[in-house]
Design a protein around this ligand. Sequence first.
Ligand code: FES
Length: 584
Amino acid sequence: MDDNEAPRKRPLRSARWFRKDDLPGFVHRSTLAAAGWSREDLMTRPVIGILNTWSDINPCNLNLRALAEDVRTGILEAGGIPLEIPLMSLSENIIKPSSFPFRNLLAMEVEETLRAHPFDAVVLLGGCDKTQPALLMGAASARVPFIFLASGPATPRSATGGQLANATGVWRLVDQLRAGQTQCDFAAFERSVMGTVGHCAEMGTASSMSAICEALGVALPGSSMVPATDRRRNQLARETGRRSVRLAAEGGPRPEEILDVRAFDNAITLLCAVGGSTNCIIHLLALAGRVGVPLTLERFDEIGRRVPLIANVQPAGEHLTERLMTAGGVPALLKTLEPLLHLDARTVDGRTIGEIIESAQVLDPEVIRPLDKPVKPGETLVVVKGNLAPDGAVMKACAADSKLFRHRGRAVVFEDVQSVADRIDDPTLGIDENSVLILRNAGPVGAAMPEWGMLPLPRRLLERGVRDMLRISDARMSGTAYGAAVLHVSPEAAVGGPLALVRDGDIIELDVAERRLQLCVDPEELERRHRAWQPPARVHARGYRRLYDQHVEQAHRGCDFDFLRGADAETLPEGLFDGWVGGW
Ligand code: FES
């Protein structure tokens, strides 16, 4: 394609690097001559970045190296210049203490990489949980047109005995193991659980974020649920590459032209309909902050009240994401949700959401249910507030035992996760099935908010058949997990939130219908405890984690850095520094 013929709304960014007959233009062109690009190429064709989070240590993203080649082919076919840049990769299961704090670091890397380089558009390649929101956040801040492609879900295999080996299966197995009720061959399970490349294949955080990318309008329709090992994903990669050249040639739509209030409403609607990960609430809040959309926790609850669980997918339902794909994928889900969506929302596809779903069909109503025959009754994600969580907390109601939705019990408090590990089976704590397990100091400042919110149940209760209890924390929970876990309590204990004031034996009340979470202690007593409270010592004296501790926001604002919110006032002004050449 000759980009000069394309209807372009804005000049190409890359023209500032390559299309001037001056010394900087000479230097920039000659630099890329070493990569095989001619003066004519650079002066006539749009430049497309491929930002890749492939890594040997991240099997969820392991196929992205091959997919990048298909993206590259698509870009070349459409007349663009593909330039791939490797980024840090965040492996959920490997990084200690948690991959979560590095979401913001990767987002900064993406933003600055885009800002500093001559890209007219960019293809973002992500997979494992945190790589996806980080890519979106960084690209949204850089205001460069982008299109996202996920690595795709893995294809879980059966371990011995026909037991399906996937992440949700691991959680169930751990409970069975602690209850002494499994004959599982753990070595076989261990070999099978990450049996193929690709991200988690239930509606965990990665699949939820991939699906959300379609609803936000930043990924090609139907792209999210195709397995990582399916050759159709390679075709999607080529198509994504071709589409990115159109984005460059047409000058957009740019991120802020897609990511508006309508897009976030649509994304939240889809998240609720699939019973998606609570982590996505944090990621969407952070992304909205990057583009100036005033999204709040309350909006999740408002939308959640009218959206039932229609995707019969684990952990809230039965199947894996591959069944969702064969049932029609996200376009069919959106078709079912049509009366609840903003159909005029724009997408990178060039069409509106309404135009995209015109021809979509549900091919398997057992997997994608009609709105009036949901997988389970009631809301999927709820936001609760009260004197224990003044700024809110969240709960994945569709993956919890509804008997606990109205609950009153005595608190058993754990100061940190080590204390849980050391004491959860201690019979002297007197934990029974009505107790409320509290974990604190696990919030964004306290411990960079790891996925510790699904606290293990005491062994002797598991042996008696208890499978769910009310658990409350300022931590997060894996999207593949389940249980009556009230998460993201805000403000967190480490900054003096009321969670820090709970003592063993205090009565706690949860009422999901009323959206209420209450610490039933006399206000004067709470005031006395608050005056006596001392903040935990900060442990990071230097480096990124010190920056993180100082600037991370609370969960109800998305845990982004305070200095990264809002529209960017620092964008390099057109022309400034264009005449300056470094290195020579
Ligand atoms: Fe990477 Fe689940 S561990 S997506």
